[in-house]
Design a protein around this ligand. Structure first.
Ligand code: SF4
Length: 116
């Protein structure tokens, strides 16, 4: 089976073509560098994402937040739901942890901007 995807690791956005057999990536073409091949391997077998969203601060305003590391793509909904349950105490500094081990991913949620 042939899969087409775009590498998102740098602004070049190489168009990749991967051959997949029995759930395994057997070849990748179209990548300009090795990172594209690794991206295709990961994306087609265990896709992950950094999630950016907002959480509510105690003053009722949204604070930009993000996952400190990548999380499995299938956990995005649960992680966003967990973030919605958090009220961020102020003041908060960029990089402060606002939620530990979000949705049991082992990944913390941190503030992406200072506020308050
Ligand atoms: S394959 Fe390499 S050059 Fe192409 S988008 Fe990915 S990281 Fe950038």
């Amino acid at each position: 089976m042939t899969k087409e995807l775009i590498c998102i690791n740098c602004p070049m956005g190489c168009a990749l073509t991967a051959e997949v057999e029995n759930g395994k990536v057997i070849s990748v073409t179209g990548n300009t560098c090795k990172r594209g091949e690794i991206y295709a391997q990961n994306e087609l077998t265990a896709p992950v994402r950094v999630v950016t969203t907002t959480a509510m601060a105690q003053n009722g305003k949204p604070v930009p937040v993000k996952t400190k590391d990548t999380i499995p793509k299938e956990k995005i909904f649960e992680v966003v739901a967990a973030i919605k349950g958090v009220t961020v105490p102020l003041p908060v500094k960029m990089g402060d942890t606002i939620l530990k081990n979000a949705a049991d991913t082992g990944v913390d949620i941190i503030a992406a901007r200072s506020m308050g």
